[in-house]
Write a protein that binds this ligand. Structure first.
Ligand code: AMP
Length: 216
């Protein structure tokens, strides 16, 4: 089973993807995580995309398609891929269709996570993640534990805010979503792959809605 989680920044794609990895043995392919990793390890590509990411713009289709191609060809598919933050443009969507076809695979569902814009801004400006396992915290709804021990991995950890989780970059990221990524909703609707879930509410409620789609 291969699925796409589609939605604006802060919709909860990463959180739900991590849950699906645990519960369904699927493999999360987050281009955002791959790009951040490339930056941390200081690769040439990582250095090239740093400023673009910090400003909240999209990196080139060529780079992200290359990253996804590598992962698809690596043969580590688990019980299916969760595409998280990819595709983000129509060219990426076409390329993903072709890559999956080459591998003799297809898409089983494209799940659009709907969250209103005020909530996205509130979530993103309050979020931080465990540097060890990636668990997401929120200053208002799920504060970082006072003892500094992550509730998910049980390790004493650093809790990091993303460099692009600030109001200025967020504006650019939202614009990029509405201009370049939201046309994918119509694209996948027309292909008959689209399902939409309400991304507001508790993590477990959203997870149940996603399970409902996957069981259909
Ligand atoms: P994310 O973690 O998905 O919010 O991605 C963080 C940043 O990485 C984005 O704001 C973009 O700069 C870049 N990025 C991640 N995925 C893509 C993609 N599929 N296409 C272009 N840029 C991407």
């Amino acid at each position: 089973m291969n699925i796409i989680l589609l939605g604006p920044p802060g919709a909860g794609k990463g959180t739900q993807a991590r849950r699906l990895v645990e519960q369904r043995n699927m493999v999360q392919l987050s281009t955002g995580d791959m790009l951040r990793e490339a930056r941390t390890s200081g690769t040439e590509m990582g250095n090239k995309v740093a400023a673009v990411m910090d400003a909240g713009n999209l990196v080139t289709d060529e780079i992200v398609i290359g990253l996804i191609r590598e992962k698809l060809e690596s043969g580590n598919a688990g019980d299916g891929f969760i595409f998280d933050g990819f595709p983000r443009t129509l060219a990426q969507a076409d390329a993903l269709g072709a890559l999956l076809h080459e591998e003799g695979q297809g898409l089983d569902a494209v799940i659009e996570m709907q969250v209103d814009d005020d909530e996205l801004v509130a979530r993103i400006t309050a979020r931080s993640t465990c540097a060890n396992c990636g668990e997401v915290y929120n200053d208002n709804t799920k504060p970082i534990p006072g003892d500094g021990v992550c509730t998910a991995c049980g390790q004493k950890a650093e809790f990091k805010r993303r460099a692009d989780d600030n109001e200025e970059s967020l504006k650019t990221r939202l614009l990029a979503y509405y201009k370049q990524t939201s046309p994918l909703i119509g694209y996948y609707y027309a292909k008959g792959d689209l399902a939409s879930v309400n991304g507001l509410g508790e993590i477990e409620e959203v997870a149940a809605a996603i399970e409902g789609v996957l069981k259909d």
